[in-house]
Design a protein around this ligand. Structure first.
Ligand code: S3P
Length: 174
């Protein structure tokens, strides 16, 4: 049964803040996958990568999606940026809800990632604390097809506040 609302997109595309704004507007519970995995391992995501390796982290993402798919009540889910890269994860998203792809310009992504990198908790392990435009562009290009294949809707978040984007999404879904 299709029930959840999944947010996908590159790091810094605004998934967590838009998902939070939408969950407040629709009065639906929010599940942030990174936050849930971090709680499960009792350490920040970058420590999970460092201690157990990326593959273990990716397995934890797939396990969590499997659990989400078994829940009856609808959730708003902010997915980690790498979630749509596994075919089985894409199948989960398609079978268990609607998926919204958030897009942002490279300038906006870099600005948001720079802000986040000031906090250790939000540092992105795949970037090794280096916010490099060509590296990010290459990663976006590599992921684009999987993101677009998974999404039911896609929205640009440039220059918009999370609340405005949440309102646009509500309109789009009607
Ligand atoms: C990742 C994105 C991160 C986090 C991890 C890997 C990725 O989540 O899951 O660092 O592969 O793009 P956000 O997209 O919420 O930053």
């Amino acid at each position: 049964m299709k029930k959840h609302l999944f947010f996908i997109g590159y790091m810094g595309s605004g998934k967590t803040s838009v998902a939070r704004a939408l969950s407040e507007k629709l009065n639906l519970p929010l599940l942030d996958m990174d936050e849930a995995i971090s709680k499960r391992f009792d350490m920040p995501i970058n420590k999970v990568f460092e201690t157990f390796g990326e593959e273990r982290f990716r397995d934890a993402e797939t396990e969590l999606l499997d659990e989400i798919s078994k829940l009856d009540s609808p959730l708003i889910v902010s997915c980690g940026g790498g979630v749509p890269m596994r075919p089985e994860n894409r199948a989960f998203l398609k079978e268990n809800g609607k998926t919204i792809l958030l897009n942002a310009s490279i300038e906006e992504i870099i600005r948001r990632l720079n802000c986040d990198s000031l906090s250790n908790e939000n540092a992105r392990p795949l970037l090794n604390n280096e916010i490099d435009e060509s590296h990010i562009n290459a990663m976006i290009e590599k992921r684009k097809a999987a993101y677009e294949e998974t999404a039911d809707f896609s929205i640009s978040t440039d220059g918009l506040a999370p609340e405005e984007i949440a309102l646009n999404i509500i309109e789009l879904m009607h």
